[in-house]
Structure formats: C-alpha cells, structure tokens
Design a protein around this ligand. Structure first.
Ligand code: ADP
Ligand code: F6P
Length: 323
C-alpha cells in the first residue's frame, strides 16, 4: 500500500528518558523501509521555532540504541502554549514541505502535538517520560530504566544505612506522580513509601520507627516521592523525634540517565515503528499507547482527558510486605 506521507520529522520534548534514542532509531529506520524521508528537529518545539531541522539517514541512528538521553536534544518551550506561537510552529513545519510529525514526550508535549495536528500537520505522539504519569498507557519510555536505576541506588543506600543503624529517606523523581516511589518501595523492601496520591502521617511513622528499633530493627528505609519532597527537613524531624540518626538522599537526575533496559529498548522500538505505521496509513492526532500487553493508539484529546491512579493493590501490598 502506498504511504500517505512521503516525508516526516521527529522531535523529542520535555524531560529526556532512557529509550528515546531507541524510539528515534525505530522511527528513522521504519520510515526509510517505507521510502519515507526523515528529518530530525533539534530541541523540541523550541528547535521547531528556530527551524533546527537536520537530515536523518540510517547511519545517523547507528550506535544509539544503547545510549540514554536523546540525540535530538530536548528542551522546554513555555511559549508554545500560546495559540499564535503554535500557528507559527505549524507554518514553519509546512514551509519545510514535510508531511508528518512524530513527537516523543510527556503530557505537555502531547498538547503541543495536538496543537500541530489541529493546524493540519499530521502528528503522532509517543509517550516518553520516566514518571509513568500518562493516563492512556501502562508503559512510557524511560520508566523501566529509571526505576531500575533508583532501585540499584536504594540498595546501595540500604547497605550503609544498615551498617550505621540509621533511618534513610531516599527521594525519587516522578513530578506529581508516585509510580517510581511505589515500584521502588516494593522492589527495595522499604519500610515506608510516601507518594502524593496517598496521605501519610509522620507521627505514625515516628512511632513505628521507635517501636521497630526497640524490637531490634537495624535500619529504616523510607522511599519518598518528589511530589511529597522536603526529605531533608523530614530527616531532621525524624532524627529529633526518634533519636535514630537519619539521612536524606535525593537521587535526582541520575534516574533520567544511563543505558536503557531491555524493556525500554524493545518497547520504544515498537512504539517508534507504530508511529510511522500510523502516519503512513494517513492517521493524525494519535498517541501510541500500551495496554494489557498490546500496542494501541488513541486520539490525543481523548487520551489527555483520561485519568489514572496508582494501583491500589500494589499500594496495599507495599504496606503489607513492609511489616
Ligand atoms: P512533558 O512533555 O514531559 O510533560 P512539559 O510539561 O515540560 O514536559 O512539556 C514539554 C513541552 O511541551 C513544553 O515545554 C511546551 O513546549 C509543550 N507544551 C506543554 N504544554 C503545552 C500546551 N498546553 N500547549 C502546547 N504546548 C505545550
Ligand atoms: O518529567 C521527568 C522529570 O524528571 C520529573 O520526574 C521531574 O520532576 C522533572 O522532570 C525535572 O525536570 P528538570 O530536568 O527540568 O529538572
């Protein structure tokens, strides 16, 4: 079947995520296999406005599947929320004579993608964020790598925490979402998980630490989500109230870097290929998603209107297993 598009461009936007390079590689090589020409737009929507277009061929994406970050660079472009700036973005895009656009990013980037689609640019988006906070999909590029990096770091902190018989508060990323914290809490066997989606009671935590220490427990690990934050202050309060030495570790941007896991390489590759399949079938304003073991796609507005909550079973499990 003849492709509905003859040329496409790809950009990465918002926070980078391990696996974005695998997605870019899949976009490029899938497109080339269909005789579709490909350009990269550097630095997300900011680069679009600056007309930072680069040619991409098969060789441009060699040796990147194993690398974290994004070869196209990424940026936040706050002015892209303005309708007149979106008009300008679409005009620039059309001026370059390209038929389709692939946007790899999170919820914010999808709004930019929808704005482009609304202005007649055939656009397909791919979920790329370590936060896993995109409602329409159970998988987003980078989460698996980030959660593994955080898990390995927490294991290391736990060693020293045990040796010193301390309480450790380890803060993980996730913006307003607690997925990284929840998964690490279970994977690291932490005593507490603090996430913005659920309330916590510091008085109760302090009481539990005292009780557990009196019954011989050597360490107390608290995984704290960025959305709760204030780990340093919390550490001071806990140390003062329990008498147990308490340290805060904020893992930070290390979670966004490093070589992507197998899952991130493979799923990102499938999503990249799927985005090109959709564009070549004439689709626009779609988001590639993963649900119940299948790669599917949604209308962007429909996807943006969806809501999701953390898995209550997992949350309760984390508490049960921490006893
Ligand atoms: P993410 O895509 O990871 O959620 P951001 O929320 O920072 O990250 O959004 C990335 C970029 O997407 C922004 O810098 C901006 O260029 C674009 N964007 C965000 N919100 C909107 C919006 N409401 N309309 C158009 N573009 C947007
Ligand atoms: O969205 C990914 C993310 O790493 C969040 O977890 C975090 O809140 C934010 O980006 C950090 O952004 P920046 O790189 O601008 O500090």
């Amino acid at each position: 079947m003849e492709s509905a598009v003859k040329s496409i461009a790809v950009l990465t936007s918002g926070g980078d995520a391990p696996g974005m390079n695998a997605a870019i590689r899949a976009v490029v090589r899938t497109a080339l296999s269909k005789n579709i020409k490909v350009k990269g737009i550097l630095r997300g929507f900011a680069g679009l406005l600056e007309e930072e277009f680069v040619e991409l061929d098969s060789k441009s994406v060699s040796d990147i599947i194993q690398r974290g970050g994004t070869i196209l660079y990424t940026a936040r472009c706050p002015e892209f929320v303005k309708s007149e700036v979106q008009d300008q973005g679409a005009e620039i895009f059309k001026k370059h004579g390209i038929d389709g656009l692939v946007v790899i990013g999170g919820d914010g980037s999808f709004k930019g993608a929808a704005a482009m689609a609304k202005r007649g640019v055939n656009t397909v988006a791919i979920p790329g964020t370590i936060d896993l906070d995109i409602a329409c999909t159970e998988y987003s590029i980078g989460f698996d790598s980030a959660v593994n990096t955080a898990m390995e770091t927490i294991d290391k902190v736990r060693d020293t925490s045990t040796s010193h018989e301390r309480c450790s508060i380890i803060e993980v990323m996730g913006r307003n979402a607690g997925y990284i914290a929840l998964w690490c809490g279970i994977a690291n066997g932490s005593e507490e998980i603090l996430i913005p989606e659920r309330d916590h009671n510091e008085e109760r935590i302090i009481k539990t630490i005292i009780e557990k220490r009196n019954s011989g427990k050597k360490h107390y690990i608290i995984v704290n989500a960025e959305g709760i934050g204030n780990s340093e202050e919390m550490a001071k309060r806990i140390e003062e109230a329990t008498g147990m030495q308490t340290r805060a570790t904020i893992i930070g941007h290390a979670q966004r870097g490093g070589s992507p896991t197998t899952i991130d390489r493979v799923y990102a590759s499938i999503m990249g290929a799927k985005a090109v399949d959709l564009l070549s079938q004439g689709a626009s304003n779609r988001i590639v998603a993963y649900e119940k073991g299948e790669f599917i796609d949604y209308d962007i507005e429909e996807a943006l209107a969806m809501k999701k909550d953390i898995d209550q079973y997992m949350y309760e499990l984390s508490k049960k297993l921490a006893r």
